[in-house]
Structure formats: structure tokens, C-alpha cells
Design a protein around this ligand. Structure first.
Ligand SMILES: [Zn+2]
Length: 95
């Protein structure tokens, strides 16, 4: 079964969110994108992968209902941000 993978990078560019599906579940995984030149940090990441079997920092597993709730929350949050930007634009035009 083909799997959709959606990568969304954090505004600060240090982390990324991966949204993917696994059968009837949605998986949200947070990855740290900080590539440290220090061997200590690289070994820490390798040790984490060996210990947990996963390279991601954290993961949330959502069923269909929780995914719908997340969709509603993203829609509301997007509207709030758009309203804020519209208000800010209007204020700058009116001076
Ligand atoms: Zn960030």
C-alpha cells in the first residue's frame, strides 16, 4: 500500500514534523534536524536510534476521530492567523 509522507519544517528550521499513515492510524513524528559537527552529539543520536529503534524525538499516534479533531483545530488556528494578519494589514493602511 502506498504511504503518503508529509514533511513540514519548523519555522526555526531545527525540527520537522512528519505526518504519515499506517493502516488506520495517523503518525505524527517530530525530528530534530540539528546536525551537530560534534562527535558527542552524533554518538548520542546513534545511541538513541540503537536504544529506541527510532530516529525521531517524539511521536503521536492518532485514530480517525483524533485526526478529524486535529483537522478542525488546524482550520480554526489558520483562520485566527489569517484574521490577525488581515487586522494588522488594515491597521497599517489606516495608519
Ligand atoms: Zn523549531
Amino acid at each position: 500500500m502506498p504511504q503518503d509522507k508529509h514533511w513540514i519544517q519548523c519555522n526555526c528550521r531545527s525540527e520537522a514534523l512528519l505526518l504519515e499513515s499506517n493502516d488506520d492510524l495517523a503518525l505524527l513524528s517530530v525530528y530534530s534536524l540539528q546536525h551537530s559537527p560534534l562527535w558527542r552529539d552524533r554518538l548520542r543520536l546513534v545511541w538513541k536510534i540503537i536504544r529506541t529503534g527510532t530516529p525521531f524525538t517524539d511521536q503521536i499516534v492518532l485514530g480517525k476521530e483524533e485526526l478529524k479533531e486535529l483537522k478542525r483545530a488546524i482550520k480554526t488556528t489558520t483562520k485566527n492567523i489569517e484574521n490577525y494578519e488581515r487586522t494588522k494589514r488594515t491597521e497599517s493602511i489606516e495608519g
